[in-house]
Unconditional design. Structure first.
Length: 630
């Protein structure tokens, strides 16, 4: 438990003042709880026995009172009490008042302590979730490509919630009981060491039971959390591809897989529940056996006069409070085990370092002229299997460079290296002569705009999505960029116009509409370098025509690197680099490449066989640019 707290100490440090206050309140509540049994002792030993409070008393004689005539002569009065004494109704009233005051103050301090410490748990939960979300966003694309989205979401929500439950349990349940336990042991040993040790006889068997069950419960809790991640991942995958599932009649297969994952989660959960239910039962048997032994020995001591009845009652009350922390700990084993398993999963993510991050001393890139170069670049998602091998590509300011080649040759990988989504294994990617690894990531991505093959949209309005890369843009700037990208062509038909809500992942819009929004997003950013990764792939003729018109406005006067298969796009390029099997095998203008044998001429013949009905005019000369919204 405390190892978990230590692992999250950085998250707790901002709340050290609240933790200190809560700790002091816990000490006060424990002290009041320790004082609560003593008025009962006074009532039993003094009010019921008729002995004034403040008068010392010797052992109570055991056995029957002898019968017969009372001896004559003066009765020894015994020691004279020093100081004021109370007896009868006055003493009873004082004890009752003391019980009420102590109980009220104890309840108040307990409330304040629990509120303070539970509040720390809630705030720590919010901080941890935010920190984890921020960390996930900054991890490299290579990491995200190997992870299941549903499982990451499960760690971000359910696992963090479980850690919060553990933290609240430790702060508001375990710490008060642990403090109370220490206080009881100190007072008990001070009053009667033998009786205190007798009360502790149950500790060794309790420890063995708790350790054994904790390991078992933690194991099943970890398995359950893992299976929950598989369930969440499969559900997320199916629901995000529901069209594919429905059109291929895959509901039954998806449901069967989901049921198998759910059954595995259920089996692990039932095992955990079974052992979690056994633990309190075993603890209760051990605890009540210990209490019975204490009661038995205490009764004999009261009968033989070596202990007052009131003191026995105090010990029995302390005995109940002594075992209460142990019972609470037993009940917390499930929460603790689940929390430990969840903390392992969360810390596993937080321990991953971003493969792409700012180097020490990285400097910002000032406004670019637009010179882009890849020099001897070798790269592989798996370093042992390079995708690119010795790539050399140069784009001068204002040029349009096209990357052509067969599918899987590495063209899209090149487009991802320019905004530094990945780092090269050897060679360098340079912007205006600077190695991108010597520049800050923020300044690179502020000046390189990537329009992917499948435009991603977020929840929000049409304008919200256009403004995603330029949050400070005015509404007028956003609409100007949208009109330049021909977004207005379909917005006029939407129920709320520019303020129409986009469904998750843009499912309410067509591919061409999503692509035009992505172009408008790039336009409003006004970046000097634009990277296009097959922006018209999969579009129908009408959508492609409108997207191409928007691209003409986007690329005017900018350095453009485009991954292209369309003949019209290749013909407009100032230079074409042909990539095959991770290498640049040829380069030149469209006319030069089409005239000589090689990969490009073979591709060009295929393109000629499919009449390109969307041939675009030459690139327009640079016109007035939109004002950069950032």
């Amino acid at each position: 438990m405390f190892s978990v707290l230590w692992r999250f100490r950085d998250t707790l440090m901002p709340y050290r003042r609240e933790l200190t206050t809560g700790g002091l309140l816990i000490l006060a509540a424990a002290g009041l709880a320790l004082a609560l049994p003593w008025p009962l002792k006074i009532v039993v030993d003094h009010v019921l026995a008729g002995r004034p409070f403040g008068m010392p008393s010797g052992p109570t004689p055991s056995g029957p009172t002898p019968s017969g005539p009372t001896p004559s002569g003066p009765t020894p009065s015994g020691p004279t009490p020093s100081g004021p004494t109370l007896s009868g109704p006055a003493l009873l009233a004082a004890c009752i008042a003391a019980i009420c005051v102590v109980a009220t103050l104890g309840a108040l301090t307990t409330y304040l302590a629990e509120r303070t410490l539970s509040g720390v748990g809630e705030r720590m939960l919010a901080d941890l979730r935010t920190a984890m979300f921020a960390h996930l966003q900054r991890l490299s694309l290579g990491y995200h490509q190997t992870q299941r989205v549903g499982d990451l979401g499960n760690r971000l929500t359910n696992d963090v919630n479980t850690i919060q439950s553990l933290l609240v349990a430790v702060l508001s349940v375990l710490l008060p009981n642990a403090t109370l336990l220490v206080g009881i042991l100190v007072i008990s040993v001070t009053i009667d060491p033998f009786f205190a040790l007798l009360s502790l006889l149950v500790v060794p068997p309790l420890h063995l039971v708790l350790v054994r069950y904790r390991k078992i419960i933690k194991s099943w809790a970890a398995t359950a959390r893992k299976e929950e991640g598989r369930v969440a991942s499969h559900a997320s995958e199916v629901l995000s591809a529901i069209r594919l599932v429905t059109t291929n009649a895959g509901e039954g297969r998806s449901e069967s897989r989901f049921r198998s994952f759910s059954d595995a989660r259920l089996a692990a959960g039932l095992q955990r529940v079974d052992f979690a239910a056994r633990l309190p039962a075993a603890v209760d048997v051990i605890v009540h056996t210990g209490r019975a032994v204490v009661l038995l020995v205490g009764t004999f001591r009261v009968l033989d006069g070596s202990m007052e009845l009131g003191l026995l009652l105090v010990f029995l009350a302390y005995n109940e409070k002594l075992y209460q922390p142990v019972k609470q700990l037993a009940k917390l084993q499930t929460t603790i085990s689940k929390g430990q398993a969840s903390s392992d999963r969360v810390l596993e993510v937080l321990a991953v370092e971003a493969a792409v991050r700012d180097r020490p001393g990285a400097r910002p890139l000032r406004r670019m002229r637009g010179h882009v170069a890849l020099r001897g670049v070798t790269f592989g998602y798996d370093p042992a299997r390079p995708v690119l091998d010795g790539i050399d590509i140069t784009a001068l300011p204002g040029q349009m460079i096209a990357l052509a080649g067969p599918t899987g040759a590495g063209k899209s990988t090149v487009s991802g290296l320019i905004p530094r989504l990945y780092d090269v294994q050897s060679g360098s990617v340079e912007l205006d002569g600077h190695d991108v690894r010597d520049l800050t990531l923020g300044s690179i991505r502020d000046q390189v705009s990537l329009v992917p093959q499948d435009a991603a949209l977020m929840s929000g309005t049409i304008l919200d999505n256009i403004a995603f890369g330029a949050p400070h843009a005015t509404r007028e700037q956003l609409i100007e960029a949208a009109e330049a990208a021909y977004v207005d062509e379909f917005v006029d038909r939407l129920p709320d116009g520019w303020d129409t809500e986009v469904h998750e992942r843009g499912s309410s819009l067509s591919g061409g509409q999503r692509q035009r929004i992505a172009i408008a997003r790039a336009l409003v950013r006004n970046c000097p370098v634009v990277v296009l990764d097959e922006p018209t792939s999969g579009l129908d003729a009408v959508s492609e025509s409108l997207v191409m018109k928007g691209l003409e406005r986007l690329t005017a006067g900018r350095t453009v690197i485009v991954v292209a298969h369309r003949l019209s796009t290749l013909q407009r390029a100032d230079r074409i680099y042909v990539i095959d099997r991770g290498r640049v095998v040829d380069s030149g203008t469209h006319a030069e490449l089409a005239a000589r044998p090689g990969v490009f001429r073979d591709m060009n013949r295929l393109l000629d066989d499919h009449t390109d009905t969307h041939a675009a005019p030459p690139r327009p000369s640079p016109g007035p640019r939109l004002v950069a919204a950032s």
